[in-house]
Design a protein around this ligand. Structure first.
Ligand SMILES: NC(=O)C1=CN([C@@H]2O[C@H](COP(=O)(O)OP(=O)(O)OC[C@H]3O[C@@H](n4cnc5c(N)ncnc54)[C@H](O)[C@@H]3O)[C@@H](O)[C@H]2O)C=CC1
Ligand SMILES: O=C(O)[C@@H]1CCC=N1
Length: 268
């Protein structure tokens, strides 16, 4: 039976684990590793998977090793797993900024490495992931990573040079949308709506708008124009957003995220 080791079971590690189990993967085929004892107990109780304290133990005998630790922890992790990595095992990294070259340098020669940028909507099987092959990853290895990510949403293959931009856009993207949601809910409360009513209005507006965007396949400008009646309420609101350069602020914010991803990938 194939065995997948999931190294790091924090927010993103649990997201992937839950998604894979929801997609029908057997808990017996997955072993988690986390340094935190409390986390290991939580995961074992919640999902019935086996967990290990040390990554090296989880990796032994695994044909796929998925790294979901913070980028800052990767350098210490690689020597831990390198010694126990099974020949031919594919290493799939979800760590922001960390390049396939950095990973290959810390792993046995010719280890197939695939870099992936996922996002948290994978928790509800609506993730968006971008996948890039390292120097020694075959088409089959790349497909393995795509299959893993497609179990929890959509996945596309991109050249690795796009990964920092992808990280800034779809990796961090859910946080930008939740930020807008918070702002809208607070605005509703500011206008006198009870918080639960404001939340219900905003949540469904977000959900319905996202569904309309995807299902209609119409350009967002057209969809926005459909809402904007001449001399109406939307025009009055959009004027305020334009006066405050909100679009430019989004662009600058996403550039900052791209720069941070590049920084995380820089070798010391
Ligand atoms: N949270 C998100 O929305 C996304 C996160 N990512 C990437 O996923 C990775 C993890 O992020 P989060 O889950 O948010 O962080 P987190 O801090 O929630 O989880 C990291 C986990 O790794 C464990 N860990 C650290 N070193 C370890 C080791 N040597 N052996 C075993 N376990 C170890 C920690 O105990 C912790 O539970 C990061 O590289 C991040 O860039 C990527 C896309 C989205
Ligand atoms: O904030 C971060 O660094 C991670 C990567 C993309 C989303 N969360």
């Amino acid at each position: 039976m194939s065995r997948t080791a999931l190294i790091g079971t924090g927010v993103m590690g649990e997201t992937l684990l839950a998604g894979l189990l929801h997609a029908g993967w057997a808990p017996t085929g997955i072993v988690g590793a986390d340094r935190r004892e409390s986390r290991r107990h939580e995961l074992e109780g919640r999902y019935g998977v086996k967990t290990e304290e040390f990554a090296a133990d989880a990796v032994a005998g695994a044909d796929t090793v998925i790294l979901v630790v913070k980028p800052q922890d990767v350098a210490d992790l690689l020597p831990e797993i390198a010694a126990n990595l099974a020949p031919g095992a594919v290493v799939v990294s979800l760590c922001a900024g960390v390049t396939t070259g950095q990973l290959e340098d810390g792993l046995p020669a010719d280890t197939p490495v695939v870099r992936v940028m996922p996002n948290t909507p994978a928790q509800v099987s609506e993730g968006m992931a971008a996948v890039s092959a390292g120097a020694h990853a075959s088409a089959v290895d790349l497909e393995k990573a795509v299959d893993i990510m497609e179990a929890v949403g959509k996945a596309i293959v991109v050249p690795e040079r796009y990964q920092d931009a992808v990280t800034a856009l779809s990796g961090s993207g859910p946080a930008y949308l939740f930020f807008v949601v918070e702002a809208m809910i607070d605005a509703g409360v500011g206008l006198g709506l009870p918080r639960d009513i404001s939340t219900a209005l905003v949540n469904q507006t977000m959900y319905g708008s996202a569904k309309l965007l995807v299902e209609s396949e119409r350009h967002p400008t057209l969809l926005r124009e459909m809402v904007t009646s001449p001399a109406g309420t939307t025009a009055a609101a959009l004027r305020h957003l334009e006066e405050r350069s909100v679009k430019a602020a989004f662009m600058a914010a996403i550039e900052a995220a791209r720069d941070r991803s590049e920084e995380l990938g820089r070798r010391d």
